[in-house]
Ligand binder design. Structure first.
Ligand code: FES
Length: 619
């Protein structure tokens, strides 16, 4: 590797450099250098994913680091978050440690996309003042607007000072002909040339891992463009708890994480506008949904109360502010509307998803599940709804799994294996050699192992049947899904007993949460399961059912609903009625705090085992 100039760390193969700082570890320097490293635990030295190989003097490894790295220490591997190189030097970043752009789910099943705009545009003609009646410019504008809108505007709308200053220019340009954007009938939010294009709106799903923005024409309701990106907060931790503790450690970090999310949305707005050939200043309304932690951090509100019992958010109802106050670079008078939260861990995203599937009108018992580090779910039946959130942990997103990763190129996403076969056949995202398992690949592999009898319902490898396929590993028996010669990182790709146990914990938490909701609503059997979000969408219903991820339901009644939170955000952008309906749903939805629920612990323990029967027909 080329030697960097003294005092610099150079990350290879990217060739990015950062000045060595004695107090900064390699993970922090990578962030400065713009090198994305996997860091699901946020740099706490727990996940073992930020492996790099320094080629120069480095701080000595700690015993915990050595234990996590295992045999890799002999190859010179270190954890970037635990290693510093005060004198600089080259650092090799292996492919599995590089942050990959996740496959981002942008589409969703659309619910009712009705139009009832918050912002409407009008073409007006403002006559010049007359000597005998020298009416003021602003009042003449109001009168012309009332005429175009066909209604008395009483009281007259607000006209912000910035727009009042522009009024003479607009009046002079085309003999008093101009377009006016009016919000909710009581505030003018833009003035423009006559026949200016329609006002635009932006709906954003601010996820913990990915961010998706939908650009819409507010006059027609047409979707003009979609843009998406990884959440730039990911290097500060994969899950919401890591992000909250990052903010708690230093108030400056809250500002930093907030700015990262705001800038990400500004970039996505620009990208979507570039696709549609329009200017971001024409965006006059923005609706954002996201979980409670994303909500607080985006708004730079201290999220500490979300992480400690009783998990109360600082604000629960909708937040409606000028977009510029939050740092968004849209139209100068654009408004931002955050959909309401339900509770500390039941955020605006699940409220939006419930809106998208019309949960308030569902009759047959239906479970809406948004699976992530927190399994947020809503049980709906006969117009009633009840929500909870389970701490499923990151296993189903590939976290806490020895060779787990996000759904990015190189991740195993599907596994098949005939009984008695000598090895598994893997489907890998991007058709590459595999380097890890994403959530759907893990579920797929475990369901295969259960079906072929290599794994028993308690999560133990059947040593007798699995002969030759399962070998002893550092953490007990492990199944080799692909030998080193076939993988992208030159190491065996294996599923360990510990990985199986992590999946059991996650699925037991989800299943127990669903059963508590059923008990609370007096429901004995589900009619449908709707899987929202990326993980749910890529899951195979049969395989998910085989693991017992949720209470028994016929496999054909398990349905992916895509990015339902994004759809709910778009619905709320295009319609005031739907926005109010989302608020009503958040208010009327019951909420169960699982940590203090008397049934939860027993149901959790009962749900640890994999079901012995066929999917949907558990005994
Ligand atoms: S061990 Fe370094 S980021 Fe997790």
């Amino acid at each position: 590797m080329p030697r960097p100039s003294s005092g610099q760390v150079i990350f290879q193969p990217m060739g990015r450099r950062a000045d060595a700082q004695p107090k900064q570890n390699l993970l922090q320097l990578a962030l400065h250098a713009g090198v994305g490293l996997e860091a699901p635990c946020g740099g706490k030295g727990l996940c073992g994913k930020c492996r790099v190989r320094p080629d120069g003097p480095a701080s000595p490894p700690t015993p915990a680091e050595t234990a996590l790295l295992g045999q890799d220490t002999q190859a010179g591997m270190r954890l970037a978050c635990q290693t510093s190189m005060p004198q600089g030097g080259p650092v090799w970043v292996p492919p599995e440690s590089r942050q990959h752009r996740q496959v981002i789910l942008t589409s969703g099943q659309s619910g009712e996309l009705e139009l009832d705009q918050t912002v409407r545009s009008y073409q007006v003609h403002v006559p010049p003042p007359r000597l005998e009646e020298p009416e003021a410019g602003r009042e003449r504008l109001f009168a012309a607007l009332a005429q175009s809108a066909g209604e008395r505007l009483n009281p007259p709308p607000r006209l912000p000072l910035g727009l009042l200053r522009q009024l003479p220019l607009h009046l002079a340009r085309d003999n008093g002909r101009l377009s006016v954007a009016l919000r909710n009938g009581h505030e003018i939010v833009a003035l423009g040339p006559a026949q200016d294009g329609p006002p635009l709106g932006l709906a954003v799903d601010l996820g913990t891992t990915t961010v998706v923005a939908y650009l819409c024409d507010l006059d027609s309701g047409q979707l003009l463009a979609v843009s998406s990106e990884m959440n730039p907060q990911v290097p500060y931790g994969d899950d919401v708890i890591s992000r909250i503790s990052c903010c708690a450690a230093d108030p400056a970090d809250l500002a930093k994480l907030s700015r990262a999310a705001v800038e990400c949305i500004n970039t996505l707005a620009q990208e979507a506008c570039a696709q549609a050939g329009v200017d971001p200043s024409r965006i006059l309304e923005c609706v954002i949904v996201g979980n409670s932690a994303m909500h607080h951090i985006f708004l730079a509100l201290d999220p500490a109360s979300l992480a400690a019992a009783p998990y109360a958010p600082l604000v629960r109802g909708p937040v409606e502010v000028k977009a510029r106050q939050a740092g968004l670079a849209l139209g100068p008078e654009a408004w931002l509307y955050w959909l309401p939260l339900k509770a500390g861990f039941v955020g605006a995203d699940i409220v939006a998803a419930a809106l998208a599937v019309g949960a308030d009108q569902i009759e047959e018992p239906t479970l809406l599940l948004d699976l992530g580090t927190n399994g947020e779910m809503v049980l709906a039946a006969h117009g009633r709804m009840m929500a909870c959130s389970t701490a499923a942990g990151p296993a189903l997103e590939g976290g806490h799994i020895g060779q787990g990763m996000r759904g990015a190129p190189g991740a195993v996403e599907r596994v098949s294996m005939e009984p008695g076969a000598a090895r598994a056949s893997l489907r890998v995202i991007g058709n590459q050699r595999p380097v890890g398992f994403c959530g759907s690949g893990l579920v797929s592999l475990i369901s295969c192992l259960l079906e072929t009898g290599l794994l028993n319902s308690n999560g133990g490898f059947d040593q007798h049947r699995a002969k030759g396929l399962v070998r002893p590993g550092a953490q007990g028996p492990e199944f080799v899904a692909a030998p080193a010669a076939d993988t992208g990182h030159g190491r065996d790709l294996a599923l360990t007993s510990q990985d199986v146990a992590e999946v059991q914990l996650a699925k037991a938490a989800i299943r127990a949460g669903a059963e508590v909701l059923m008990a609370e609503m007096g429901i004995e059997r589900l009619s449908r399961v709707l899987l929202a979000g990326a993980f749910g969408n890529y899951l195979d219903p049969w395989e998910a059912s085989r693991l017992g991820l949720f209470p028994p339901v016929p496999v054909e009644c398990i349905q992916g609903v895509g990015n339902a939170a994004g759809v709910g955000a778009v619905m709320s952008l295009l319609s005031r009625r739907q926005r109010l309906r989302a608020g009503d749903m958040a208010r009327s939805m019951g909420y169960v705090e699982l940590s203090g629920h008397p049934l939860f612990q027993d149901l959790f323990v009962d749900s640890m085992a994999f079901p012995p029967g066929q999917p949907g027909e558990e005994l």
